[in-house]
Design a protein around this ligand. Sequence first.
Ligand code: PAF
Length: 283
Amino acid sequence: MEIVRDVAGVRAAIAEARAAASSPLRVGLVPTMGAFHGGHLSLIRAARTSCDLVVVWLFVNPTQFNDAADLTGYPRDEARDAELATAAGADLLFAPEVAEVYPDGYATTITVSGVADVLEGSHRPGHFAGVATVVAKMLNMVQPDVAFFGAKDAQQVAVVRRMITDLNLAVVVEVCPTVREPDGLAMSSRNVRLDPDQRRRATALSRALSAAKAAVDQGERSATSLTAIIDAVLAADGLTAEYIAVVDPSTFAPIDELDGPALVALAVPVGPVRLIDNLEVAP
Ligand code: PAF
């Protein structure tokens, strides 16, 4: 696997691969901020299965962090990531420096409204503008046919889809399922910052979502009741949610009474980190 640091380099590598191919090359892009875990590797493997050339983007994007301590503490280990990406089947690791992505004088931001204004958007001001901007930039730099995102960041997927539609970008989004630890905790680069007690209590997120799903399966339709069920599971482990929401899976509009598929999403501070998770439910 080749490691590339600049836009000219990634474009040249992709152009060379396209020129050498006997039929149209399907290029897959896996956007990441590194610190790879099973979720990232599942995206790379999915790209490997359906694409001819797999480009992994590795960039800890400063503009999407609304909390300076979260940016400073964000785990980084490029050498390990490069080994894991190679083993998972990546062809190119595109790991630009901050100045390559945001050169001096950089002055453009993409703001998505509506779907980006609620939940993560309202609790992390500026977060989705940072995400939309860097995703638009990487799509423009790499010009992939398909981009692979994880379902754990369901609102990010909805924001990126909105932006791609609105800006007429020629890329297909493929969403891969959330990868979980055996005890249900959704894999996240931030999990390594949990101490053993926090790590044990963090399983309350997935247990709470499963309890909500079980309630829906047994006929519960009220978002207020589902929220109360989740609250109780979290409280038993001493956790309080930043938000618990029952929303339309594509627009993120709130749902009061379920009459079709809904996304139950939550954000919960656990010790030094803030964890998010979600589950689709359907009556
Ligand atoms: O999901 C992530 O890791 C990031 O938000 C992304 C899409 C790579 C943009 O920085």
